[in-house]
Design a protein around this ligand. Structure first.
Ligand code: ADP
Length: 625
């Protein structure tokens, strides 16, 4: 049969894997076993859920064997198998979005490869690291026809009709120099144990052992077989029997990673609804955390039978970084997605699981602040989404979310902010925008800083949605500093004295003229006392969306008609403004007006409507005597 070419990306992937991952070449075995286990899961599920497959009786298992003389290693399973079409799609192209991202990430920084292999399963193609040629002999369950896929991992592959006893897949590797070490019982067993100990099906290793007579003389060899993995559903074993290392090893295998988890929680619920859950919080955010098509991290089992790993509703979206297993005693095996979403048992498990996870996070935040900071670095943002979407757990989430602040390094909680509050402080102040650095320099903070008032810095895109929606923390109101009227809260310095009041009166006509000069680009122009050093700032009206919110809405394509104009607030005690009192110089007023608005927009990360005009007027002002 004619050779078919690999999809271009496959060739690229093969090249990259072979050349950059060879120091981790043993992972090919993990990948092959994991594929075999998936194939067994798929068939087992069909036999319990689909009439057409119910007649198939099989004892699921994975077998690894090698032949020292022929330099061959095989990994065989009696799972779902593939037909010729499957072979072409699965082993000739890159169907998975994960692999594509892996490639993109690799292209960005080849040096990070070794960290990346943990985070992306590199899959079947990794066996070309250790092989000259690879054969895949496979027969799909319920079909007679078998096929043989062959490739040297260079340009392409061939698919030919073949025969196989029973359904399943046998992968035969003709090992190259790099692969010779796996022709050893101990080496292969070590790798299988390391990565695949808790694969749910037995992995049997077949090997040859020399036989000896009484006098210690070699008499020949005999073939032996031994199950090398624990093959237990770890989550069903009592906690008392499990060591930390068991949990860590299971996680590494489960999440396809070399990293340790940050935290795990193992629960067995007995009572009206019986289930077991084992959840892990990873140390690092999954690469697809912010992709709309992220892969859910929780697998659903019903009485140890794998049901799905593609159900996003098992936990709320904001907990999509959690990895683990839910195993229910009470769901039907052929539970469909629709049933799952409305099922009382599932709702119960889900609610209890969320409470458990949030509770454990709270405990961590109290017992190990340093670890919790690490957690916040990775997962604070998704938790904040929860504030917006999970009203029932809002109070718990409010204790878990963290903020940057003008008063402390690193993260702070709302509770800690409260402790630091000064006597007559009116609420919790925050400033929101899209750059932490810019926010920290915002003129809006000047008076707060001078008065020793702490302001939370909210620079996440979603803060624009989330933080205003919080409303209150206990009896404290959350107050945005970039809103009109916020200076009401500031201390006596901002309130001004008689002299300040007089100066403001004198400036009133100039303010009117500035307003006129700026026309409909601003909603209002007014004097403010919230600024200490800067001459001007822009704020939005209490009920209007902020500038960042407007940007966000536009980016979401929902920006129609939300062009809300800012209010320009100016600092009467700044020389640039105070010199306008009583002036007749229209040019000076017009230039100053444009520069006041332009610079206030610039510090907010927006730009003046006509930058060239802004620069011209600024230069005019600077050159003026
Ligand atoms: P992944 O397993 O992460 O999807 P792989 O490159 O390892 O990616 O495998 C690609 C696809 O080939 C799998 O998704 C699966 O459909 C198919 N496949 C691989 N190995 C087997 C196997 N032993 N039995 C059945 N199908 C398999």
């Amino acid at each position: 049969m004619a050779q078919k070419a690999f999809q271009a990306e496959v060739s690229k992937l093969l090249h990259l894997i072979i050349h950059s991952l060879y120091s981790h070449k043993e992972i090919f075995l993990r990948e092959l076993v994991s594929n075999a286990s998936d194939a067994l899961d798929k068939l087992k599920y069909l036999t319990v859920s689909d009439e057409a497959y119910k007649a198939i009786a099989f004892e699921p298992g994975i077998r690894v064997s090698f032949d020292k003389e022929a330099k061959i290693l095989t990994v065989s399973d009696n799972g779902i198998g593939m037909d010729d079409k499957d072979l072409e799609e699965n082993l000739g192209t890159i169907a998975r979005s994960g692999t594509r991202r892996f490639l993109e990430a690799l292209a960005e920084d080849v040096r990070r490869t070794t960290n990346l292999i943990g985070r992306f399963g590199v899959g079947f193609y990794s066996c070309f690291m250790v092989s000259d040629t690879v054969e895949v002999l496979t027969r799909k369950a319920g079909q007679e026809a078998a096929f043989l896929w062959t490739s040297d991992g260079k340009e392409g592959y061939e698919i030919a009709p073949a025969s196989r006893d029973g359904h399943g897949t046998t992968i035969t590797l003709k090992l190259n120099e790099e692969g010779q070490e796996f022709l050893s019982r101990w080496r292969t067993e070590e790798v299988l144990k390391k990565y695949s100990n808790h694969v749910a099906y037995p992995i049997v290793l077949a090997y040859e052992q020399d036989t000896y007579d009484d006098k210690g003389k070699k008499t020949g060899t005999e073939r032996k077989e031994e199950q090398v993995n624990a093959a237990s559903a770890l989550w069903l074993r009592p906690k008392s029997e499990l060591a930390d290392s068991d949990y860590v090893e299971f996680y590494r295998n489960f999440a396809d990673t070399d990293e340790d988890p940050l935290l795990w929680m193992h629960t067995k619920a007995e009572g009206t609804i019986e289930y077991s859950t084992l959840f892990y919080v990873p140390a690092k955010a999954p690469f697809d955390l912010y992709h709309a098509d992220y892969k859910p991290g929780v697998k659903l089992y019903v009485r140890r039978v794998f049901i799905t790993d593609d159900e996003k509703e098992l936990l709320p979206t904001y907990l999509r970084f959690v990895r683990g297993v839910i195993d229910s005693e009470d769901l039907p095996l052929n539970v469909s997605r629709e049933i799952l979403q409305q099922n009382r048992v599932m709702t119960n498990i889900r609610n209890a699981s969320v409470k458990k996870i949030l509770g454990e996070l709270k405990t961590l935040s109290e017992s190990d602040k340093e670890k919790y900071e690490k957690f916040a670095d990775e997962f604070n943002r998704p938790l904040k989404e929860g504030l917006y979407s999970d009203f029932a757990n809002r109070d718990a989430l409010l204790e878990l979310v963290r903020f940057k602040s003008t008063s402390v390094e690193g993260w702070t909680s709302l509770a800690d902010y409260k402790v630091r509050m000064t006597g007559d402080q009116k609420g919790i102040y925050y400033i929101s925008g899209d750059s932490e650095e810019r926010l920290r320099k915002s003129p809006l903070l000047e008076m707060y800083r001078r008065q020793g008032l702490e302001v939370l810095i909210c620079a996440d895109e979603i803060d624009e949605l989330v933080v205003p929606s919080i409303g209150r923390y206990g009896d404290l109101e959350l107050k945005a500093v970039n809103r009109a009227g916020a200076e009401e809260d500031l201390g006596p310095e901002a309130k001004g004295d008689e002299a300040a009041e007089k100066a403001e009166k004198d400036l009133a006509p100039a303010v009117e003229r500035i307003k006129k000069a700026l026309g409909d680009r601003v909603k209002d122009v007014r004097l403010t006392r919230r600024l200490a050093e800067s001459p001007s700032c822009v704020v939005v009206d209490e009920a209007d969306p902020s500038l960042q919110m407007q940007k966000l809405m536009k980016a979401l394509g929902r920006g129609e008609g939300i062009d809300v104009k800012p209010i320009l607030e100016i600092n009467g005690s700044h020389p640039m403004v105070s010199r306008l009192a009583g002036t007749e110089d229209e040019d000076l007023v017009a230039d100053t007006a444009e520069v006041l608005l332009g610079q206030a927009l610039l510090v907010e990360g927006a730009s003046p409507a006509d930058p060239a005009d802004f620069v011209k007027r600024m230069n005019k002002l600077i050159s003026r005597q």
